[in-house]
Design a protein. Structure first.
Lengths: 559, 182, 426
């Protein structure tokens, strides 16, 4: 079976949909913004919070404290541009330093009651309010987006208004206006009509499937439902579910959405009005918790994909851990996240029929329908092969981790030790720590900390076969088995880059192991499928008939 | 059956709403990983700041900014905000000496070279001291912003030699033009 | 003006002085690339080299501002000073009749002190090497070359020529002062480069003064006084008050009897002029009547330090200024509202150049009724006012007339009027 890039499939699904190029350019610019010394302007959480706020339209509650922050800045005569051209990252302490510098230079008409590390209190006439600089730092990327949406000229006018505001109401007005501006902007540049349409179709289908039940659990979205849904909606040329890949991924997202909703901590911005004073503290806490929960949930889902991107063969320079085929295959699996265990059959279907559909799409575009496109489906053990490939992928990831660690060991790079500790078992970890402790205990005079670390590192490297025998053996075996670019002798040039890519690669590969492990090990569904070979073959045959029928309906008869 | 099944149920509508959010989130995340060639080229605040701080090295960027009405207005606001000194438009009635533009922050004077070869000297006399070293004279003429790099300031005076073709001469003679120093 | 072919040695090859132009004294001296308007970064150094009190050139030529066009850039160092000094000497000499520049290439390198002494410089070998390379393809190779520098540098060059002759027709001229340059070329300017403004008493033929008689003595003394104060007059006419005050202080502290008296009488002249200017200008303030706000048409002429009480009313006002003298006067006027614990609000700041007998009305301004103190400041001068502006601005928003600053303005021969009005305490 030839290898079709699943990226292509995803792109095909995203035609005429999703965020506008302008929005993506602006977001990329914000997220990749650096300070003068090359550090990221926004922290990882600020970047995530920006995407979350946009996706969920939950920016209104964030704008309210941000407007208070701008009011404080304006009242202390900090020029607006200074917040957007800070030579340091937007952390709470750096923002506080700006306020302290401004406080020293001017005599503000509205005093700062106190500036501690995270919170400043402002008194403005009868209105006293706090500005939580930690909160501002966590949403600094959203502040940049506001700037890009409404422009420096308009924002400066608002900044001036905030600077002379005397009441909470005035700040609320500005905050609401900003929220409306962002909403209008996103309506144009981040249309959700497509997602909403998909969601409605899926919702309606669920309703019919569950017999008009209004409640849903993740378990009700199973392999059967996904396949039935695809069969029903794929013939429609306007449908976003023509590709089985897209269909499967959308249902995985729906399962994740159910779990997210079940936490009951995320609140949609149904109203653009700011909260009343009584509930503000509680909503603020809930908002932060919800944002964190959403962040955790999304990160858990997306994190594996992000991990995988770290070892994208097209991004690395000195090593090639996974080849393109392996990369695409594993990428497809990790998209399922923890739902892969429940949807193992869907994974097998995707792995088997997905590439075929991609070829059919290409042939259809080029109007070169070939008769032999379905020939690859003659193997009755296709699902067995797919399971084997999944297990192989898991073993490959494990093996590459150990082979990469062995390369670091051979080069005697200190980075090996932290990588090895993460791969070693508990006994070996204890042995290493004990050895280091014993070394330190044996010192007879004070030693420079860096020098000590270096000495301990060298001593441990010498003792690796004794301290971590099982790991060492695994590493040696893995090195023999996996011959990839960069796994071997250290390069003469770009040594530091090589070490970095290997160390990061080990960490990324390790990050994939839990997801793959849960799919492969102790997965009763998979175990059941493997145990009954005939049943698996029958399942494949049935699926083959269904898919071929459907493909004929979608793309026309092959012969 | 999922190993993590916990019998959790939610309303269909609620789940659907969350799906829209998650789907949008994934679209955004997926888009951010796209190749650079697939994204549009936009002028952001960072570009405006670079152009304002280092106009000598960003003449083509400034031209791009000026060509976009929206960005030009934003750039103008940023320049005004960053200006250490400014000289608003001259009141025509108060201008009795066309060789000199008078302002609260600084005066401008234009004198032609005695060599009469088209060289002029633009003399800037600043009335106030500042902690920062003035680097550029900006001016807004016919809704376009241009700049001149200032020479070293001695006793509050900076002088720049320009050709008769320099657009600052037209701006100088136009009472409605505005000048800034930063 | 005709200059000889003059090359200034640099480590990147010789640079030719293409032209030298006298500029308006208000313009700082510049060095620029010929055929472009690209000013060289060392222009401020050149300006200091030209303009008093640090500059040597103005002492020699009497003019404070020049533009020199060069064939190439000079980026650093001070060895260009000798070459430009030579250029200025020739330019000044060329203004006199009967001068023709030498038919030779003049090659120079050297530093020149403010007292006109020549000092040696470095990298002679590299500079000469670059010059020889330039001459290889030039028609000047066949012509006489005058090499002018400090004796030590001349010795270096002679040693280089001795070891590997360039085959050029070179005349080495070691010099130790600007006077040596003038003497070598037979120039009349530059023969005395000390910053003396008074001829020695010994040069005055006492016998002649004694024989001519009392009237002749008075005439000569008057002429001498005029000569002594000529530099002061020039500084006054050019509005260069900082330098004027420094010159007068030097004359009083370090000069001879005539210097001291010259400075004294010139100061008196300036102060009398300042007082006279106060009488020569006419300043009027008018309240413009407006229906509904109680503002009436009222006018007052400001002659003392007091403004009328009605300037505190929230009305529209107008200032008129006039020139009662028979000469052109430049007048600066500022009106300020002072609000307690706040920055002074400069309501109007205007300038007018008035021919004799002319009156003009300045734009209206509005007083909003806040502020318990109003001040008016006016200065008048027949001279360029650029250096007066910092002083003007310093006291335009002051609550009280700073006596030191007022005195300084007065001593520059500029008329000053500071008037104020305080609102009665409620």
């Amino acid at each position: 079976m030839s290898n079709i890039s699943y990226k292509l499939l995803h792109k095909l699904a995203l035609q005429n949909d999703g965020p506008s190029p302008f929005l993506m350019a602006v977001l990329t610019s914000i997220i990749e913004a650096t300070t003068i010394d090359g550090r990221a302007r926004h922290g990882a959480q600020a970047q995530q919070n920006l995407i979350t706020a946009i996706a969920s339209h939950s920016y209104a509650k964030v704008l309210f404290p941000l407007c208070h922050f701008m009011a404080a800045g304006a009242q202390h005569h900090v020029p607006l541009y200074q917040w957007f051209s800070m030579p340091q990252p937007m952390t709470a302490s750096n923002i506080a330093a700006c306020f302290r510098a401004a406080n020293n230079q001017t005599t503000p008409s509205h005093s700062i009651n106190k500036i501690d590390s995270m919170v400043i209190s402002i008194t403005n006439g009868n209105y006293i309010f706090d500005v939580n600089l930690g909160h501002v730092a966590k949403h600094s990327a959203l502040l940049d987006l506001i700037m890009e949406i409404i422009g420096y000229d308009a924002l400066e006018t608002l900044y001036g208004k905030l600077g002379v505001s005397q009441s909470r109401h005035e700040i609320t007005t500005v905050s609401n206006n900003l929220a409306r501006d962002i909403y209008s902007f996103l309506k144009e540049h981040l249309p959700t009509a497509s997602s909403e349409k998909k969601a409605r179709m899926m919702r309606d289908f669920l309703e019919t499937q569950t017999g008009q039940m209004t409640q849903i659990s993740p378990d009700e979205i199973d392999d059967r439902l996904i396949l039935d849904f695809w069969i029903e909606y794929s013939p429609d040329p306007q449908s976003k579910f023509r590709l089985f890949t897209n269909c499967a991924q959308s249902w995985v997202t729906y399962r994740q959405a159910i779990r997210l909703a079940a936490r009951n901590r995320f609140q949609h911005a149904n109203s653009l009005e700011a909260p009343d004073e009584k509930g503000r503290a509680e909503i603020d806490r809930a908002d932060q918790d919800a944002a964190q929960a959403m962040y955790d949930e999304m990160v858990e889902t997306v994190d594996s994909s992000d991990q995988l991107q770290q070892i994208n063969p097209s991004h690395l320079q000195t090593v090639k851990l996974l080849n393109a085929t392996e990369f695409d295959h594993i990428n497809q699996i990790v998209q399922f996240g923890d739902d892969g265990q429940a949807l193992i059959l869907t994974i097998l279907r995707l792995a088997t029929f997905g590439p075929l559909q991609a070829r059919l799409v290409e042939a259809s575009r080029k109007k070169t329908m070939r008769d032999d496109l379905l020939a690859d489906l003659d193997d009755l053990d296709a699902y067995d092969a797919a399971i084997t490939r999944i297990e192989t992928a898991m073993n490959t990831v494990q093996g590459l981790t150990e082979a990469a660690a062995f390369s670091l060991y051979v080069s005697r790079a200190p980075a090996f030790l932290s990588a090895a500790l993460s791969l070693a078992d508990a006994t070996e970890q204890t042995a290493v720590r004990d050895s280091a402790a014993a070394f330190k205990a044996g010192l007879t005079k004070p030693v420079d900390t860096n020098q000590l670390a270096e000495t301990i590192s060298k001593a441990l490297l010498d003792q690796v076969p004794e301290l971590m025998p099982a790991l060492f053996e695994r590493m040696q075996n893995a090195r023999k088995k996996f011959r990839r670019k960069g796994l071997g002798k250290p390069p003469e040039a770009e040594f530091d880059l090589w070490v970095t890519e290997l160390a990061n690669g080990i960490e990324s590969l390790r990050g994939l192991l839990p997801v793959l492990g849960r799919l492969v090990h102790n997965n009763t569904a998979l175990t059941r499928l493997k145990a009954d070979h005939d049943s698996l073959q029958n399942c494949f045959c049935e699926d083959k008939d269904m898919f071929c029928t459907q493909f004929n309906q979608i793309y026309g008869a092959a012969s | 059956m999922t190993q993590k099944s916990d019998g959790t149920t939610v309303g269909l509508d609620e789940a659907t709403a969350h799906f829209v959010t998650l789907d949008t989130y994934k679209n955004l995340q997926g888009g951010l990983g796209a190749a650079a060639s697939e994204t549009a080229t936009v002028i952001t605040f960072k570009d405006l700041w670079q152009a304002a701080e280092h106009p000598d090295n960003n003449s083509s960027l400034i031209a791009s900014i000026q060509a976009d009405k929206t960005q030009a207005a934003r750039f103008a606001a940023l320049l005004r905000s960053m200006a250490e000194f400014s000289q608003p438009a001259q009141a025509a009635a108060a201008t009795s000496n066309i060789e000199k533009r008078v302002g609260a922050d600084f005066d401008l004077e234009l004198k032609s070279s005695s060599r009469q070869d088209g060289a002029y000297f633009l003399i800037i006399r600043m009335h106030k001291q500042t902690e920062i070293t003035p680097q550029h004279l900006y001016y807004c003429h016919n809704n376009n912003y241009n700049f001149i790099t200032l020479s070293a300031v001695h006793n509050g005076v900076s002088q720049v030699m320009i050709s008769e073709a320099n657009p600052v001469i037209d701006a100088f003679n136009d009472p409605t033009a505005e000048f800034f120093i930063k | 003006m005709t200059l000889p072919t003059l090359w200034i040695a640099t480590t990147r090859g010789p640079v030719e002085v293409v032209s030298l132009t006298e500029e308006d004294p208000e313009i700082r001296s510049v060095l620029c690339l010929a055929d472009s308007f690209q000013e060289l970064p060392i222009s401020p150094l050149y300006d200091s080299f030209v303009r008093r009190p640090t500059g040597l050139i103005e002492q020699i030529t009497g003019h404070p501002s020049y533009r020199i066009d060069l064939s190439g850039p000079i980026t650093q160092g001070q060895s260009w000073q000798l070459g430009l000094t030579v250029a200025h000497l020739f330019a000044a000499e060329a203004q006199q009749a009967g001068f023709s520049p030498p038919d030779a290439l003049v090659w120079t390198t050297g530093r020149v002190t403010p007292k006109g002494m020549i000092q040696q410089v470095g990298e002679i070998a590299l500079k000469w090497q670059m010059t020889c390379a330039e001459l290889a393809g030039s028609s000047w190779r066949e012509k006489p070359i005058i090499v002018m520098a400090h004796a030590a540098n001349i010795a270096e060059l002679q040693a280089i020529e001795k070891s590997s002759s360039s085959g050029l027709s070179i005349t080495f001229v070691p010099i130790s002062s600007v006077s040596d340059i003038a003497a070598y070329f037979g120039l009349s300017v530059g023969t005395a480069t000390a910053p003396s403004v008074a001829p020695s008493m010994s040069k005055i033929p006492m016998m002649v003064a004694a024989f001519i008689g009392a009237l002749a003595i008075m005439a000569i003394l008057t002429k001498l006084a005029t000569d002594f104060t000529a530099p002061l007059s020039r500084l006054d006419q050019e509005g260069r008050y900082r330098e004027l005050f420094m010159e007068m202080r030097l004359m009083r502290q370090e000069g001879n009897w005539l210097d001291v008296n010259g400075a004294f009488f010139f100061q008196k002249y300036l102060e009398n002029r300042a007082a006279g200017l106060g009488d020569d200008i006419h300043i009027e303030i008018r309240s413009v009547s407006e229906a509904g706000n109680g503002c009436k048409d009222r006018t007052a002429t400001i002659t003392t330090g007091t403004l009328p009480d009605w300037v505190h009313q929230p009305c529209t006002f107008q200032l008129s200024v006039g020139n009662k003298s028979d000469r052109m006067i430049g007048i600066w006027v500022a009106f300020t509202n002072h609000v307690p614990a706040s920055k002074a609000d400069l309501l109007t700041r205007n300038h007018a150049s008035l021919p004799p007998g002319q009156n003009i009305t300045l734009p209206e301004f509005t007083v909003d009724g806040t502020g318990a103190l109003k001040t008016l400041l006016a200065i008048a001068t027949p001279m360029p006012d650029a250096e007066l502006m910092p002083w003007f601005d310093a006291i335009a928003t002051a609550r009280q007339a700073d006596s030191q600053m007022i005195s300084r303005i007065h001593k520059s021969g500029t008329g000053v009027l500071f008037a104020s009005a305080s609102a009665a305490q409620e």
